[in-house]
Each structure stands twice: as structure tokens, then as C-alpha cells.
Design a protein around this ligand. Structure first.
Ligand SMILES: [Zn+2]
Length: 253
């Protein structure tokens, strides 16, 4: 299918700029950022495509915000920050679709996710170039890849397979592993990280109120790095204290 040169032009500019930060100057940190001395290369930028056994097929994985390849026919994103191009319009060749999964978590349901796995397998078999991504290309993308490997190759140790052939960090939490076992018959494996709730902030003892009310109910998506946003949207009242340095001045009681 045709490349979308115009739509990706700005993306390419971004990437070129990012790889050549001004001398002595750092960039923004976090995902995809770089340090003040050495350009930061995120793990997902090093990902090789996952080869699917003897089928001769492969699938790309990484970030849906900064996909490593710009010439795929199909982009599948799992994070709300997915970057779209004109390709997502129905009158344009190719597909761009967002299946949202909370960071560190498994999919919230199984029917549509299985359809996504089956549909993706069909697209690959028909020769489509496919890129999947979340933020780091590990947890949610790895979960999808493991389901895909089990579906396409029948490999029960699909998590190990994806870690060996794609990235050792693939599939991040016990919840994701349990989901794969329950819905796809994937054999258990060690979690790359702790349980999802612990990463989001351990539940506060009942005697204390969590400081992020809304987030605690699971309404915050995106995971730990969004926790501050969850706190802002909390409907818990804030009682300013009397302090000369307070933004409320000394008029507070
Ligand atoms: Zn990686």
C-alpha cells in the first residue's frame, strides 16, 4: 500500500530532531526522551520484529506514540496516546485502530480482544505489514503478541517465546499472565514486574483514605505515570492551611 508521505513528514522531522539534540542540551525526559549527554534510546526502538515461527510472517512492536516504522499497512495501538495519521480514515488504504488497555493491565474483556488477535493473524497471512504498540512496547503489546503466538503457532509457552524472539521485557504483570492463561491457554511465566496495583500505588490501609480517590477506583487510565493526573481529578476536598507562603495567603482560616 502507498506510503503516507505527507502524514508522516512531521513525524520524521520529530525523529530527526530527536536523534540530534543540540550540543550540550538535553531534551524532555521520560518515555522517548534523552539525557543531557547521550541521546536516549528507548528499548522499544531496538525491537526487532517478532518472527512467527515457520510461517515466514513477522509483526512489529513498540510504541504507538512513536512507531518505529512508518510504512506499515496496519497500526494497532493499546494506549490512548496513540498517534494517528490520515490512514485511520475509512476512505484511506490501511488501518489504524485503537484498542485501549490500561497500562500494566490485561484487556478489560476477552471477546473483542480475541477478535483482534484473529483479525491480525488474517491480515498478516494476507501479506499486510503490521505494527502494534503501547508506550514501551512491553506489557500490553507483549500480552497481545503472546496471545497471537498461541493462536497462530499453538505454542503454549507463548510468553517465553515472545520474550526470546521479541524482547525479554515482554508481558509485565501477573494480571497479564493470568489473563493469557485464562483466555488463551498460555502457560504461566514469571512476571517482569510486580502486580499492577502495586505499581499504581499500594492500596492504602482502610484506616487511611487514599490520596487519589478517583484513581483508586480504576478510572485513571495509563498507569503509574498518570497517577498525578488522577490525583488532580480527585473529588476529595483540599483544606488549605494558614501560611504566609500559601497561594491562599493569610485569609484562610
Ligand atoms: Zn524492549
Amino acid at each position: 500500500m502507498a506510503k503516507d508521505e505527507d502524514w508522516w513528514a512531521k513525524y520524521d522531522d520529530d525523529m530527526a530532531h530527536r536523534k540530534k539534540p543540540p550540543a550540550g542540551q538535553g531534551g524532555h525526559g521520560g518515555y522517548g526522551g534523552y539525557t543531557t549527554t547521550t541521546p536516549y534510546v528507548a528499548c522499544h526502538e531496538t525491537h526487532k520484529p517478532l518472527r512467527l515461527g515457520d510461517t515466514g510472517l513477522e509483526i512489529h512492536g513498540g510504541s504507538c506514540i512513536r512507531p518505529k516504522i512508518t510504512d506499515a499497512d496496519i497500526y494497532i495501538g493499546f494506549d490512548a496516546g496513540m498517534r494517528f495519521t490520515g490512514r485511520h480514515f475509512p476512505w484511506t488504504p490501511g488501518h489504524e485502530l485503537l484498542y485501549k488497555i490500561d497500562d500494566m493491565h490485561p484487556p478489560a474483556e476477552a471477546v473483542q480482544f480475541r477478535k483482534l488477535v484473529e483479525w491480525t493473524a488474517e491480515q498478516l497471512a494476507s501479506g499486510a505489514k503490521v505494527h502494534c504498540g503501547c508506550i514501551g512496547g512491553h506489557g500490553r503489546t507483549g500480552t497481545f503478541f503472546a496471545a497471537l503466538v498461541k493462536h497462530m503457532l499453538g505454542v503454549e509457552a507463548a510468553i517465553d517465546y515472545v520474550r526470546e524472539h521479541y524482547c525479554k521485557k515482554a508481558v509485565e504483570t501477573r494480571e497479564q499472565i493470568d489473563y493469557l492463561g485464562k483466555h488463551f491457554g498460555v502457560a504461566p511465566a514469571a512476571g517482569s514486574k510486580e502486580h499492577a496495583p502495586k505499581l499504581l500505588g499500594a492500596p492504602a490501609p482502610k484506616a487511611q483514605k487514599p490520596i487519589w480517590g478517583a484513581f483508586d477506583k480504576g478510572t485513571g487510565s495509563g498507569g503509574g505515570h498518570k497517577a498525578k493526573g488522577g490525583a488532580k481529578s480527585s473529588n476529595q476536598s483540599v483544606k488549605p492551611v494558614q501560611d504566609g507562603n500559601s497561594i491562599w495567603g493569610k485569609r484562610c482560616s
